[in-house]
Design a protein around this ligand. Structure first.
Ligand SMILES: [Zn+2]
Length: 242
């Protein structure tokens, strides 16, 4: 049976601990400060990562959860680098959706360099569909679909359809990313994940400043929504045309 205390408003799902912080951490920080209940779901523990190890990454993920103000962080313990859109994987995701019942879901956009990120997007979207089916049984957990899915497009060559103003949440986002010392602290002579060898903080600030500039604010996070965006009053649109 669903426990009302567990219900959350916003769920952000990533393949590896730190994905969510990098792609929508500013927005999560902002929403948690607005009073919304946030859950972060990592599909894997990132055990195939060349830096750190599972025990370190688990502690770092908990540090980031606290920093962002998320109520809960769940790890589905699927296989890093071997995510597959198959029955048992979707069953785990459906149970998580049905248990926490988020109205809003943040997912990676499907255009991705890392196959796990692409698979996460597909697996969770398909699980959302499955989760709404009455005939798909998960014990006492009732059918459920999130109202809205928003795809994160940070660092991707994808034109965003919305930009969320994170000017007041930039420091919160950076503090969450700073928890992942094993992933982002430079090590002399080691290959960089994001060439050229800018540090991660610089990379995040540049991306957020670029999208912030496009939206006439200091810092922004970009997202894609396939559906049209309904606007009540076009006179209140903020970004100037000329
Ligand atoms: Zn990742």
């Amino acid at each position: 049976m669903m426990n009302e205390n567990e219900k959350i408003d916003v769920m952000a799902i990533g393949a590896h601990p730190d994905d969510v912080e990098i792609t929508c951490g500013g927005t999560l920080f902002k929403l948690s400060n607005m009073g919304y209940k946030i859950a972060i779901v990592d599909l894997t523990k990132g055990e195939m990562g060349s830096r750190g190890n599972v025990s370190i990454r688990t502690k770092e993920a908990e540090c980031a959860r606290k920093t962002l103000g998320a109520k809960v962080r769940i790890n589905l313990e699927l296989s890093d680098s071997f995510l597959e859109n198959e029955r048992e994987t979707k069953a785990k995701v459906v149970k998580t959706l049905r248990r926490y019942r988020p109205r809003l879901l943040f997912l990676p956009h499907r255009k991705q360099r890392h196959p796990d990120h692409r698979k996460t997007s597909e697996i969770v979207y398909d699980s959302c569909h499955l989760s709404g089916l009455e005939e798909y049984r998960t014990g006492s957990l009732k059918p459920f679909r999130p109202h809205k899915i928003i795809y994160c497009t940070s660092f991707l060559a994808v034109e965003p359809s919305i930009i969320i103003d994170i000017s007041d949440s930039m420091e919160g986002k950076l503090n969450a990313v700073r928890c992942y010392k094993s992933q982002f602290e430079p090590i002399d002579g080691e290959m960089v994940v994001y060439p050229p060898a800018f540090d991660m903080e610089d990379y995040i600030l540049t991306d957020a400043r670029y999208y912030g500039y496009k939206a006439s604010v200091k810092y922004g996070e970009p997202f894609y929504i396939p559906e049209p965006i309904l606007i009540e009053n076009p006179l209140l649109m903020k970004v100037p045309s000329i």
